[in-house]
Write a protein that binds this ligand. Structure first.
Ligand code: GTP
Ligand code: MG
Length: 194
């Protein structure tokens, strides 16, 4: 996939804020600080399109990005951020639910997890929750540049088991830093273009 154009369109907290581009839409869910925004930058081949930070809680709204006028990428705040206030956590749940229920062009929910760690209870809950919708779910295990090949193979099995993934369920190992696995995501995105 050649990225000719990648631009921020709008941020919002409700499904009604989704830009009406009528193109396939892809969303990146996952724990705070896991690397969702970095992944979006790697996919679009831009350094600072989506805001990233070493501190969790950087992304606080749904952020919509137009790629090539062909697809819409959606960056969302991470969950499991302990410092977040209780009422913010409730709002987070409502925001995600509203978005997932009402999005018309959403094709794939990417669940981004850290390749170094066993998925948290929040990850498991989110994976189950996503399964209650009709979207395709693809797990991305990121930050693979931080571990060895052996560890990665071991961890992939652990992640698959913990999330109760089946043989058919897709897991893509990725490093946004080293641009590993990004091509696989491009191919997947392209498969939704006609
Ligand atoms: P929130 O917006 O808070 O939910 O976080 P996020 O999931 O968007 O994470 P973000 O992309 O901001 O990345 C968090 C930190 O992880 C940053 O310091 C990134 O540089 C680092 N990071 C992300 N992806 C990778 C990766 O593939 N490899 C390495 N080594 N670091 C990464
Ligand atoms: Mg972010």
């Amino acid at each position: 996939m050649i990225i000719k154009k990648a631009e921020y369109i709008i941020s919002g907290t409700k499904a009604l804020h989704i830009p009406d581009l009528k193109v396939p839409e892809f969303v990146f869910m996952g724990r705070s600080n896991v690397g969702k925004s970095s992944l979006l930058n790697a996919i679009t081949n831009r350094k600072n399109l989506a805001y990233t930070s070493s501190k969790p809680g950087k992304t606080i709204t749904l952020n919509f990005y137009n790629v090539n006028d062909e697809i819409l990428l959606v960056d969302v705040p991470g969950y499991g951020y302990a410092q977040r206030l209780v009422h913010d956590r409730l709002n987070y749940g409502k925001m995600i639910e509203d978005y997932l229920e009402k999005s018309k062009y959403l094709k794939v929910c990417f669940l981004v997890v850290d390749s170094r760690h066993v998925p948290t209870e929040d990850d498991c809950l989110m994976y189950k929750y996503l399964q209650s919708f009709d979207y395709k779910i693809v797990v991305i295990a990121t930050k693979i540049d931080k571990i060895s090949k052996n560890e990665l193979n071991k961890n992939i099995n652990v992640i698959r088991k913990k999330l109760e993934m089946t043989q058919e369920d897709l897991l893509i190992p990725v490093s946004s830093e080293k641009k590993i696995g990004v091509e696989k995501i491009h191919l997947l995105l392209e498969s939704y273009l006609n």
